[in-house]
Design a binder for this molecule. Sequence first.
Ligand code: SF4
Length: 313
Amino acid sequence: MPATTAAAAFPSLTPQRLGRIRARLLAWHGEHGDDFPWRTSRDPYAALVAGVCSQQTQMARVLPLWRRWMAAFPTLAAAAGASRARALRVWGRAGYPRRALALREAVRLCLRAHGSALPREQAALLALPGVGPFTAAVVFSFGFGDDAPAVDTNAVRVIGRLLLGDLQPARESAPRTLAAAAARLLPPGAGPRWNAALMEYGARVCTPRPRCGGCVVATLCVARPRFERGECAQPLRAQPRFEGSDRQWRGRILGLLRERREPLRMAALLNALAEDMEQRARVRRLLEALCADGLAWARRGRCGLGEPPRGVR
Ligand code: SF4
């Protein structure tokens, strides 16, 4: 949205109020913010890895995963040359392992189509596997240093509460409205610092149950009176049960395959994980699904992580 249109969309956001919000949140970040390495290195590949790592993952768990990946594959070319099994071993127990394969595939495509650099055009970036609007914005902002709003679930909470008066913005406001609010708030020339400040503020102060008492923008926030009246932000959605779920069982199968460098006999896999016929059928079914996703292989009574070794193909 052009700046003039964005300004018209939020008439109560006077230049003075906007200036105070920006100044206070940037000052808070200067004093309390964590600067994760990908936010300051201006390395598009490092930012891409961070963007993919942070999908569906809390920030506290992103840093060790990002470090592990960057230590194993410090460059785009190194990640592109990794086998699927190696990428999955480096990803480890971080969850949603299809992201590791998507990231590996994305850098392989990049290497073929763009050399060892990431493309700077949005359409080309969005065409890469595993790269959606948020990850692309992370690359533009932290990787290239552009003034692109990179809005994660924490930042969206701050934006929607401050400007729109929502308690749970992702539920109450349309994505287009939130995107316009994000564009309006972003201070020109300070995009990466601003994005980091909003993400951190949403993670530590304007949390699902916000700490309005100690908030540096409390006097400027439209949602604050609602919280003071005792209204509560409803959780976005209940997490599906993990215990006993297919997701947990997929994790068990992958965990066992990750431990083995050599192909594993199917019988050994079933004996290690299943206690009865029903569980054996479940392991077989899930292994098949893992193979279809490219996360595992099963052939001639043996199985393993990623792709089959040459002798088994
Ligand atoms: S006053 Fe409360 S709801 Fe508003 S930005 Fe601060 S912490 Fe968030």
